[in-house]
Ligand binder design. Sequence first.
Ligand code: HXC
Length: 256
Amino acid sequence: MADTVRLDVTDGVATVTIDRPDALNALNVDTLGALRDALAEAEDADARALVLTGAGEKAFIAGADIAAMSEMDTAEAQAYADLGHDVANAIEQFPAPAIAAINGYAFGGGMEMALACDLRVASERALLGQTEIDLGIIPGWGATQRLPRLVDDETARRLVFFGDRLDATDAHEEGLVGEVVAHDELDDHVQDLAAELAAQPATAMRAAKEALNQSHETTLAGGLAFERRTWAGLFGSHDQREGMRAFVEDRDPDFE
Ligand code: HXC
């Protein structure tokens, strides 16, 4: 793993930190590759919650690496887009909930990585935006599709067309982030949230995420069929038996 990405797994919580503060954690090819590897390693470690954040005081991820992109031809740009999509998909399909701890700038591809997470918590110092239009390009790591699924269609269009940079309060009002917290409290708050998620029954959490993801992938009928199958498939699992038995016996469940 390149030294621009750090992975820590503690008590089932995998924290992935983009650590390239001199470039405000911009994702060049090496860093994206390292991020992909870190996600795979976190999955192998059976992480039950994932936190994505940026090192330093200023940035979550300031986007794709503009200096590197400025030298790319079409084939290189295509490969770069593909790699970023692979990484965003790996976050979206990570078999446990992912939280973006947005500790500062989240522009362009940085915001797109946050959009691939299940939950977004912003520091009051965060600034967010799909700023690609200012560079003569469009979002290339998923925002044209994930943004209108998160906020209303017109808000998504305004963000992409104007490239506005929203502060945390406005981002919360627009539904881009679920929560805004004091800058100094962000890490502890997100780690508490992640610990809470990691303590939930893992098989059910994974099923819940998969089923919710289906609502973005398929028709209503297809999604409902997926939910029914997945719901019934949980019966007979340790956690289903234990969760229900514990309720009947009036005690706390002991999940796997
Ligand atoms: C490469 C970057 C960078 C980026 C900042 N830096 N953002 N390098 N790619 N995205 C570098 C700067 O060049 C500078 O390097 C150092 O980080 C500090 O940045 P400053 O600009 O001096 O800091 P500040 O004045 O605080 O301004 C921060 C900022 C600004 C507001 C975040 O840097 C900015 O607007 N950056 C671009 C943000 C952006 O448009 N992102 C979207 C990219 S497009 P030196 O060496 O001079 O110290 C994208 C496409 C995704 O993400 C899809 C791809 C397929």
